[in-house]
Design a protein around this ligand. Structure first.
Ligand SMILES: C[S@@+](CC[C@H](N)C(=O)[O-])C[C@H]1O[C@@H](n2cnc3c(N)ncnc32)[C@H](O)[C@@H]1O
Length: 223
């Protein structure tokens, strides 16, 4: 997808790109990965919700993306789905938790995508400085309070016409005020609100907030 396509402020083009048939997208994934995802979602191990993954798969295919950066690998299930759905895709993914990083590497090896996935065991705050873009698609799914602080660097790493997709931006309805924020979660809700305000007011970005999972902010870099 070219930047010009979006430059005229064609939110409709972006919206069309973000429309995905989750059932069909997920049914195309290998049975073993479907089982891993279902198991993870059942025990609330963090992985992207079905609707979120479906949008990411469609974006990766139709941009089309050759390079993806994921912040927050978890056990690698979303990176794996992207790698399997797009056989030419190269993915860089960053995880700070040793056990999750190890589980993700085991999954990448099991599914034969290890050579296309660079799995970094690092704090993204540090890793981001050393990464080389440009990436076609960035999936931001790490510590929510950091999204707004990392935004300038993520924009540098994104190609013009590329997409930054940030997960959980509505977080249980706390961010848009539809559900009262528990006292201890006020800071994270406020930082996510700051992130949304930043991407929505940035003239270099066209942003849609999708009601999939806990909210996915999809921003195209226009220039
Ligand atoms: C929601 S999970 C990621 C799920 C994964 N993207 C998926 O869809 O399968 C968020 C991950 O971010 C990791 N994380 C938290 N802080 C981090 C940091 N500073 N740098 C890198 N990873 C971090 C957590 O350990 C956790 O595994």
């Amino acid at each position: 997808m070219s930047a010009e396509k979006f430059a005229a402020g064609e939110r409709a083009a972006l919206a069309a790109l973000c429309t995905a048939d989750a059932e069909r997208e997920l049914a195309a994934l290998p049975q073993r990965l479907q089982k891993l995802r279902a198991g993870a979602l059942e025990v609330r191990d963090p992985t992207a919700a079905d609707g979120t993954l479906a949008v990411l798969l469609r974006l990766a295919r139709e941009l089309p993306a050759q390079t993806v950066l994921e912040i927050g690998t978890g056990e690698g299930l979303t990176a794996l789905a992207l790698a399997l759905a797009c056989p030419a895709l190269r993915i860089t993914t960053v995880e700070a938790d040793a056990a999750r990083h190890a589980a993700a590497c085991a999954h990448f090896a099991e599914f034969g995508v290890r050579e296309r996935v660079t799995a970094l065991f690092a704090d993204a705050a540090v890793a981001l400085n050393g990464l080389q873009g440009p990436f076609d698609l960035i999936f931001l799914d790490g510590p929510k309070a950091q999204y707004v602080h990392w935004l300038p660097r993520l924009k540098e790493l994104l190609r013009v016409g590329g997409v930054l997709a940030a997960d959980d931006v509505l977080l249980y309805g706390w961010v848009d005020g539809s559900v009262p924020v528990p006292y201890k979660r006020r800071s994270i809700a406020a930082r996510l609100g700051d992130y949304l305000a930043a991407v929505q007011s940035d003239p270099a970005l066209e942003t849609l907030v999708l009601r999939v999972g806990e909210g996915l902010a999809v921003s195209v870099l226009l220039r």
